[in-house]
Design a protein. Structure first.
Length: 715
């Protein structure tokens, strides 16, 4: 009997679904119907009585994907899929441990800690052990614990090479004891304990290998080392693994994803025939050909070529803006035009490489009353690090603001406990004053960088520093003097938060330029009002039609009729950090491939000649990824001004030019900058009337500066 759902499969999809007794790697390109193939495979195995519903195990990376698979299987077979093991790694491991809690030495009612619960548990442990949390940040400890578990290591397995890491690892050991004592497990523990149980218990391992003869895996390119080891244990030597993935969409190395697992799979399971799903059901051919042209420049890939039967579609529009504001205005104008033509806002997406890039875009959307959502994240002025920095300014401008006081008095941590705050609040209530005034009344000269009195001194010091300086400089002082920047430097993923903090300086510059008629004495207060309005306006309600803003990472798995990919400049996309990381550029190219393949019908690629970032104007080269797209696929919107500046730099890929005799700094000159400190000139560009200089600063990193305004001092 032929099942109806098989009629919808193309030749390659059908080949994958009907594979007989062999393990398989299905290389499924973007929009090629991988979920359909996975669900059809499960239905086909059950319908042909190769496995029973209770013998199904399929691993996904999101609960949404798991629920979609179960729903499709139910529709295809007309049965209740409740007994099937279909879920995420964490979900399936939780199910496994609930059954075998005694073997795992867990209580039957063990609780799962989410990320915030885990951090709270670590903070509580640090307090018990009297750990100096300024020296050993709870978040740093959390990253060490989770990273160790992702690599399959208990505290006893971790090798340390310095006293600091050794102490953190000792805390990891105490954390393990605390979790065991309290009967709780974190996300990493679910997988690690499940792996250990299967590895050490041959009876259990044999039981599950006999039960799950076919192991199916979705998004295989995103598996970590430990996840792959768990899958190998479950599959054993005689079972069949059916892995669906796309090495060109492996973009989560920072989360532990190991794209090399795809090569390991071929070797470990002796997979000779890779089935490639290359027919795309999402995008037009011009978009797919652009994606193919970009990704083919990666060397370490299995290789495939996407195509579609739905026609070429419109050419890809490339817009070169004079500035980031000019870029945002162009995007805004195009969105308005499409919306007037009847395109819903929700079918239009703006993608960017870094969260900080959303600020200028959000500003334009708010100013033009266009409802929008930041998918997978918060609006710029709602982000915790941004609100923390603004809270310092709120307290400085209004000492009656108790909410601002409470938000920052112990952030970053200054050893101020709940008891101390309760006493301060009681004092304020008795005297009918603000918390700041109560703190002043109870002031005692601090002997260390801790306590309420130290916080009072800190606020006064910031007030002294910002006297007579611009709004942008005020913002910069707050970010650095408050300790926020140093605090986030200790976090594994703190660079993104630091970028958002530094982008606040740009926000201050933009405000000063756009509202230059504001009374300078009231500028700080007006700026704070502006940030509140920007964060509170146009909040898209549930089910409301709204424009979609998101990072490229957040866009994976989504699709839209119209996509704008912004900020396509060297240093942004590809990100400057990728150029110094092993395989970093290849991952950035995979990110670009993912971004391009989100578009169904229309794709815009935009970049700016100059960009205000982190309070500095940067003069940028267009991204190399734009050069990798064939000319016949693109339409340059403003070709009349299209000219790439010559970069005077001794590096591969750029024309080497002799320094201009009028140029005051030669490459290699040592210079000093008021804000960024000392550095070395590494390149320059532009004409004698518009010189830009690139400096590698010892602390601040590489910066492009306009020579006219940089005020550099030659050392």
């Amino acid at each position: 009997m032929q099942l109806n759902y098989l009629n919808d499969l193309n030749e390659k999809q059908l080949e994958a679904v009907k594979l007989q007794n062999e393990s398989a790697l299905i290389l499924a390109g973007a929009g090629s119907g991988k979920t359909k193939v996975l669900t059809s495979r499960i239905s086909w195995l059950i319908h042909n009585q190769i496995i029973s519903p209770n013998g199904v195990i399929a691993v996904t990376f999101t609960n949404k994907a798991a629920n979609e698979m179960l729903s499709r299987i139910s529709t295809q077979l007309g049965m209740n899929p409740r007994g099937m093991w279909v879920g995420t790694f964490h979900g399936l491991c939780n199910r496994f441990l609930r059954i075998h809690y005694k073997d795992a030495n867990l209580p039957q009612t063990f609780q799962i800690l989410d990320s915030s619960d885990q951090l709270s548990a670590i903070k509580r442990l640090c307090k018990t052990l009297q750990i100096d949390t300024d020296k050993f940040s709870p978040k740093e400890i959390q990253y060490h614990i989770n990273g160790s578990k992702e690599n399959g290591m208990r505290s006893k397995d971790v090798k340390t090479y310095d006293p600091h890491t050794q102490r953190i690892n000792e805390i990891y050991l105490e954390y393990e004891k605390q979790c065991q004592r309290e009967g709780v497990v974190d996300f990493g523990e679910l997988l690690l304990k499940s792996y250990e149980l299967l590895f050490n218990n041959e009876v259990l391992r044999t039981h599950y290998q006999n039960r799950f003869r076919h192991v199916l895996v979705d998004e295989f390119q995103d598996t970590s080392e430990l996840q792959y080891r768990w899958l190998k244990l479950l599959t054993g030597n005689n079972n069949i693994i059916f892995a669906v993935g796309d090495d060109d969409q492996s973009i989560y190395a920072f989360r532990g994803a190991n794209v090399g697992n795809m090569q390991s799979l071929q070797k470990d399971f002796q997979i000779k025939n890779i089935i490639k799903l290359e027919q795309n059901y999402r995008s037009k051919n011009n978009i797919l050909n652009a994606a193919n042209s970009i990704i083919k420049n990666n060397e370490n890939r299995l290789g495939k070529n996407l195509w579609t039967a739905s026609g070429d579609g419109d050419p890809i529009r490339i817009f070169r803006a004079l500035s980031d504001a000019n870029e945002a205005q162009y995007i805004l104008d195009e969105i308005k035009m499409w919306h007037r033509k009847g395109m819903p806002y929700q079918q239009i997406a703006i993608l960017y490489r870094s969260n900080a890039q959303s600020r200028i875009l959000e500003h334009h959307m708010v100013s033009n009353n266009i409802p929008y959502r930041v998918y997978g994240g918060l609006r710029f002025f709602e982000r915790a690090e941004v609100k923390n920095a603004l809270a310092y300014l709120r307290l400085i401008s209004n000492k009656q603001d108790d909410n601002a006081f409470l938000r920052i008095v112990n952030f970053p941590t200054r050893g101020i406990g709940n008891k101390t705050l309760e006493q301060l609040q009681d004092s304020a209530k008795i005297t009918n004053t603000s918390l700041w005034e109560a703190a002043i009344s109870n002031y005692k000269a601090p002997v260390a960088e801790k306590g309420i009195s130290f916080f009072v001194d800190l606020i006064k010091r910031i007030e002294d520093e910002i006297q007579g300086v611009s709004l942008a400089e005020t913002m910069d002082v707050v970010i650095n003097f408050s300790g926020l920047k140093n605090h986030y430097l200790l976090e594994k993923d703190g660079q993104d938060r630091i970028s958002n903090l530094e982008e606040l300086v740009s926000a201050a510059i933009t405000f000063s330029e756009n509202f230059d008629d504001v009374d300078k004495n009231l500028e700080l207060i007006e700026f704070l009002n502006y940030t509140t309005l920007e964060s509170g306006e146009l909040q898209a309600k549930a089910n409301q039609d709204a424009l979609q803003l998101m990072t490229i990472h957040s866009a994976k798995g989504l699709e839209f009729d119209i996509v704008f990919i912004t900020g396509l400049e060297e240093g942004l996309c590809p990100h400057e950090q990728s150029l110094i990381e092993p395989d970093g550029l290849e991952e950035e190219r995979r990110l670009m491939y993912v971004a391009v393949t989100r578009a169904r019908d229309y794709l815009y690629l935009t970049y700016a000649q100059s960009r205000l970032m982190y309070g500095q104007t940067h003069y940028n080269l267009s991204s190399r990824f734009l050069d990798e797209i064939p000319e016949n696929l693109i339409k340059k919107i403003n070709i009349a001004i299209e000219s790439k500046p010559q970069l005077h730099q001794k590096s591969i890929g750029f024309t080497k030019n002799e320094p201009n005799s009028n140029f005051p700094f030669t490459i290699g000159s040592q210079v000093a900058h008021k804000k960024f400190g000392q550095g070395t000139v590494i390149s320059y560009e532009g004409s004698i009337n518009d010189l830009r200089i690139q400096v590698q600063f010892e602390i601040a990193g590489t910066k492009w500066l306009a020579l006219e305004f940089a005020k550099l001092e030659k050392l």
